[in-house]
Design a protein around this ligand. Structure first.
Ligand SMILES: [Zn+2]
Length: 369
């Protein structure tokens, strides 16, 4: 008996050390009833009407840094070019941020430097989100290969600096699950209960800054990560109830789940983009058909909860894709065309809902008058 009592403090102490060493919260169940059905790509769509003519606030776009090629700087779009095409598109305000994989781009220059330049050039129009280039790929590598606590400290220090400055509107686009959808994307995979991720989110929540998060709940082969992604969402909100979260690309799940997410988490917002090439968005619930019309269920959800969605074109300034290289190796921007399509889509919604989604929500959450 005496022996047992003698051991109790050791057992308790041992337990404390153990839980600290693991220090991983188990993933809770998603905080809502998950609907795992995939929507029919041939379901009814909303007809186009007159295009929306009002202001546009694009809350999610990217600027890739120029690359070095054989000692030469390859800059396909300068800051001046980008501002010109934003103006030409008739966009009133835009948030530029690093793509989740920017930390992996070999041969690239410091992206933050170029986005700063763009901010100066587009004062009053361009704002930026920060951080992903030193957070996302670091988290992936740290999860798979291990990390030193001094490395995490360095990331947190940089993040605090960004959060403390006046330039960063928020943090993003942070990737959590980001699969190879196009055949040439780097994969990002780590679970949302990975403690360094939670610490990073904690810093962001503590500063009441917005976090733009890209989390794919399905991989292209059809493997489900839904319980991980949405359990992760529950974990984030358990830990940081005031977290200001923007789920990128309508959370890449069906309207039933999106409705439940928005009802469960009043601080969550979503941005959206039309997806015409469904083969590059497999199992991720595109909100438009291949002709770029809203599916009826999405249009109805946008009208039911118009205060929760924002435009997020996902434009990649500074990146060349097939067919957009013009004279002198400069990019011919497709951004104005993308915005015309966005205006067509917004015009197919109830006009009051369209206004909230086009710019009023973004003005409200980023307190712009
Ligand atoms: Zn994204």
């Amino acid at each position: 008996m005496r022996l047992n009592l003698f051991f109790i403090p050791f057992l308790l102490f041992g337990f404390a050390i153990e839980s600290k060493a693991q220090s991983t919260d188990p993933l809770p169940h998603p905080g809502f009833e998950l609907d795992q059905t995939r929507s029919d790509p041939d379901r009814p769509v909303r007809k186009l009407k007159k295009a929306y003519q009002g202001p546009i606030f694009d809350t999610h776009a990217h600027l890739d840094p120029p690359r070095m090629n054989k000692g030469n700087l390859v800059e396909v779009e300068t800051a001046g070019d980008v501002v010109k095409s934003i103006r030409k598109a008739g966009v009133d305000r835009i948030i530029i941020m690093p793509v989740p994989n920017e930390g992996q781009m070999g041969g690239s220059l410091d992206g933050a430097k170029y986005r700063k330049k763009l901010l100066k050039k587009g004062r009053g129009i361009v704002n930026r989100f920060c951080g992903s280039q030193y957070i996302t790929n670091w988290l992936h590598d740290a999860y798979h290969n291990g990390y030193k606590s001094s490395d995490l400290d360095r990331v947190l220090e940089k993040l605090s600096k960004d959060l403390g400055g006046s330039e960063c509107f928020g943090i993003g686009e942070i990737g959590l699950y980001h699969f190879n959808k196009t055949g040439k994307q780097n994969v990002i995979v780590y679970p949302p209960n990975f403690e360094p991720f939670l610490e990073i989110v904690g810093r962001i929540a503590g500063k009441r800054a917005w976090l733009d998060l890209h989390a794919e709940p399905m991989d292209p082969s059809g493997k489900s990560y839904e319980k991980k992604v949405f359990g992760g969402l529950a974990l984030l909100y358990n830990r940081y109830p005031n977290l200001k979260l923007i789920l990128a690309h309508t959370a890449m799940t069906n309207t039933t789940n999106v409705r439940r997410i928005l009802k469960t988490y009043p601080n969550a917002m979503m941005n959206f983009k039309p997806i015409r090439k469904h083969r590059k968005w497999r199992n991720l619930e595109p909100i438009t058909n291949s002709k770029g019309r809203f599916y009826q269920d999405w249009a109805e959800l946008f009208e039911e909860m118009p205060q929760r969605f924002m435009v997020g074109t996902d434009e990649k300034f500074g990146r060349i894709s097939k067919g957009d290289l013009g004279p002198k190796g400069r990019k011919v921007s497709k951004y104005p065309k993308q915005i015309r399509r966005m205006r067509d889509l917004l015009g197919s919604l109830d006009p009051k809902a369209a206004e909230f989604i086009a710019y009023k929500n973004a003005n409200r959450i980023f307190t712009i008058n």
